[in-house]
Design a binder for this molecule. Structure first.
Ligand code: GAP
Length: 459
């Protein structure tokens, strides 16, 4: 049962320390967010799951972690300098700025209703900066609007150092920056975000087959992180709406509280990018439109020894936004349950985040029944330290001294297991393990706890 609206997710994220408005002590910066103690754990777990699925569990993908800043030539060759624009209009009355392609009525201001709008103009979304101490045209650089261009620029480096043959891929997770005209819907549309991108290089002619393959593979991953297929609409993007580099794109649109919207794009980028970053383009049989005169000194191609020619691979690109994945996963986990009345207690509702265990920010909370009893506290701290060594993720020592409150808190932040140390533990060397989803409690020997957790997290 997902959240009823976005405000429920926003409020939970602020209350429990998942996400904060960036620079909030100075009034905040729109479209920029900071991830708090729980947010960073969830984010890292999503990244780990993606990396594991896209790199470690395969034999045909390598990873990189590139620079965030790129020289202006990169984005001239990639087409971003010329085409990475949104249509911007401004209201002359209230000074609101709007994207005309997202307005229900592009002749009327969305804020004050005035029809006194400026003529729309193309607004380039890249953040410009300079590198080095001089301010001449050669020092112009951009914060990357996608991680992909640095993957293309590293194509030959990876090929030469790993001796890969087609088909193979290069994966990267990292920051991307877009000066969005309007940042909205919490972390859905922001100006600084992370992308999880794979560029998968294939023989031209095999691209359509691989495009279908990656659509299926990605839907399976979404299912594995708790986002079921029926919540994702696959949109075969209309020709007129395709990005400048794409021959065909499948957009995966998740059912967010604000409506269906893109969580991932899977594009067939053809030989457009490698071609554009390659020297002597005219010697290659490029099919996509290229921007000639690159200053690149490399030929981003593979040799076909039999046919004695160079082949510029086609590229299939699954590209997911980490913040949008975070929001979808959080929304799917969000559950409000009514617990029936029992033992003189009224019925009550509980809010619980039913994350898949591998994504949960906290893997287990170890709680001593009383916080002023050194024997219990020391035993609980020792158990925490031992469980932490398992390498499953964050285990915390929970010193509230109120087990009921601790259970409520850990339901609300999605901790799958709570381990309670009570007075009997001092005698029977056992603890109570409470399961988040079933709320069942089980007595387990302290000596068996590590094996229990290891099994729980590998199921
Ligand atoms: N390299 C391909 C590329 O960048 P894109 O569709 O523009 O394609 C890929 O972006 C993904 O990045 C989107 O599906 C979305 O999840 C995420 N994304 C794009 N703009 C975003 C923004 N302003 N805020 C948060 N995520 C964004």
């Amino acid at each position: 049962m997902p959240a009823k609206d976005m405000s429920e997710l926003v409020s939970l994220c602020q209350r429990r320390g998942f996400i904060f408005q960036s620079a909030d002590i100075y009034g905040g910066m729109k479209g920029l967010y900071d991830f708090g103690p729980l947010g960073v754990e969830l984010k890292n777990n999503i990244k780990r799951s993606w990396w594991s699925n896209m790199v470690y569990e395969r034999d045909d993908v390598e990873g990189i972690d590139s620079a965030i800043i790129g020289p202006s030539i990169t984005f001239e060759q990639s087409g971003h300098a010329a085409t990475f624009n949104d249509p911007l209009t401004e209201c002359r009355e209230c000074k609101s700025r709007m994207r005309t392609d997202k307005m229900a009525d592009p002749t009327k201001c969305e804020t004050c209703g005035s029809k006194n709008l400026m003529e729309p103009r193309a607004f380039n979304m890249m953040f410009k900066t300079q590198y080095g101490p001089t301010e001449d045209s050669g020092s112009v650089a951009y914060l990357r609007p996608e991680t992909a261009q640095h993957i293309f620029m590293n194509f030959k480096n990876v090929l030469d150092t790993t001796s890969r043959k087609l088909p193979f891929g290069i994966a990267q997770i990292g920051k991307a920056f877009r000066n969005e005209i309007i940042a909205r819907n919490f972390v859905f549309r922001v100006r600084e975000f992370e992308q999880m991108e794979l560029e998968f290089f294939v023989q031209p002619g095999e691209d359509e087959k691989w495009h279908e393959y990656w659509l299926e593979t990605r839907l399976k991953w979404w299912e594995s992180v708790g986002v079921p297929r029926e919540k994702i609409k696959v949109v075969d993007v209309a020709k007129d709406d395709l990005a400048h580099y794409s021959k065909r794109t499948f957009d995966l649109e998740y059912e967010y509280p604000h409506g269906h919207d893109e969580v991932e794009g899977i594009a067939n980028r053809t030989d457009y990018d490698l071609g554009n970053h390659t020297k002597n383009q005219s010697e290659l049989n490029l099919t996509a439109h290229v921007h000639e005169n690159t200053k690149s000194n490399a030929r981003l191609a593979v040799q076909d020894l039999e046919a004695k020619k160079w082949v510029v691979p086609y590229v299939i690109e699954p590209s997911a936004g980490l913040e949008r994945a975070f929001l979808a996963i959080l929304n799917e986990a969000y559950t409000e349950e009514t617990l029936p009345a029992k033992e003189g207690k009224d019925a009550e509702t509980r809010l619980v985040l039913k994350f898949k265990p591998h994504l949960a920010p906290i893997k287990a909370a170890v709680i001593p029944l009383a916080k002023n009893k050194p024997e219990l506290v020391n035993l609980a701290k020792g158990i925490k330290a031992d469980l932490q060594k398992l390498g499953l993720g964050r285990i915390i020592f929970e010193d509230t001294g109120n087990v009921g409150k601790a259970y409520r808190k850990h339901d609300e932040i999605g901790t799958p297991l709570c381990v309670t140390v009570d007075f009997d533990s001092l005698e029977d060397n056992a603890v109570t393990v409470r399961n988040r989803d079933t709320m069942e409690q089980q007595r387990i020997q302290i000596a068996d706890l590590s094996a229990y957790l290891r099994k729980f997290y590998t199921l």
